[in-house]
Design a protein around this ligand. Structure first.
Ligand SMILES: [Zn+2]
Ligand SMILES: [Zn+2]
Length: 266
């Protein structure tokens, strides 16, 4: 069975991704309303009952909004670290607390769920605890690295294994510097426990791209401090400098903030 990927929403106002096959799948984060999740899954012929797990990256509102509802009302097991579970259940933005659907995972310990093997790894960010995921399915590897200030070597080790990579390109440095955000917010975004900017992501990719990597999905773009074309062009330019042909050696896709992508079948 082919691997299927769908981005339901990506950006600081909400993140949710689907990864599955024709029979079942998982969600990564649930930072949009339950109605949007149900509507988008339905439009793509994915029954909510076919979701066998929800995996949370960290306890920020734009990643957890519908997690309590999916877990407790729709009985989808919610997986994350103990700390992230504590953070989620303290959060004001989740109306239902996660109790019976709570499943604790440990970083770097692979979890097998049907034909998926899911491994989480720590990333530097300012949630109570923060993780990315490497998901293996029939010798294909899909990596998620969203909301991270930089990429330490242990994270790079996971990302270099990927055939498909969802990686943050949150802001453009100039746009953030000259933008309207107050100083403390600019600092929070740009520091080592904040977010990756376009140039940092471009640099990481230029140094770490492998011949195995087929798709790069740029995620979590800021509305105020980035533009999809700018993110795309910054990364395209940098990779072209390295002799990598976009569209031939690797596909580069900018994920939309408020619009689902439609299903990619790999
Ligand atoms: Zn976020
Ligand atoms: Zn965050």
């Amino acid at each position: 069975m082919n691997l299927r990927f769908l981005s339901l929403a990506s950006g600081s106002s909400g993140n949710c991704y689907y990864l599955g096959n024709s029979r079942y799948g998982i969600l990564i984060d649930a930072g949009i309303g339950i109605r949007s999740i149900k509507k988008t899954l339905k439009e793509n012929n994915i029954p909510l009952e076919s979701i066998i797990g929800l995996f949370i990256t960290h306890d920020h509102a734009d990643h957890i909004k519908a997690a309590g509802c999916l877990g407790e009302k729709y009985h989808i097991p919610v997986y994350s670290t103990e700390k992230i579970h504590v953070g989620m259940n303290r959060s004001y933005c989740m109306t239902e607390k996660i109790v019976s659907s709570k499943h604790v995972i440990e970083k770097e310990k692979p979890l097998k769920l049907q034909d998926f093997v899911i491994t989480s790894f720590e990333v530097p960010h300012d949630g109570i605890d923060n993780i990315g995921y490497l998901i293996e399915y029939n010798n294909q590897k899909f990596a998620f690295a969203t909301d991270l200030g930089y990429i330490p070597e242990h994270v790079a080790n996971y990302l270099r294994q990927a055939d498909y990579l969802v990686i943050e390109a949150n802001y453009d440095e100039e746009m953030l510097r000259h933008g309207s955000y107050p100083y403390h917010l600019k600092y929070r975004i740009a520091n080592k426990n904040g977010h990756m900017n376009n140039a940092e992501t471009a640099d990481f990719l230029a140094h770490n791209i492998t011949s195995q990597l087929k798709y790069i999905f740029l995620c979590h773009l800021s509305k105020e401090n980035n533009h999809p074309d700018l993110a795309y062009k910054t990364i395209e330019h940098r990779l072209t400098q390295e002799g990598i042909r976009i569209g031939e050696d690797v596909q580069l896709i900018t994920l939309k903030r408020n619009h689902p992508t439609g299903i990619y079948v790999f």
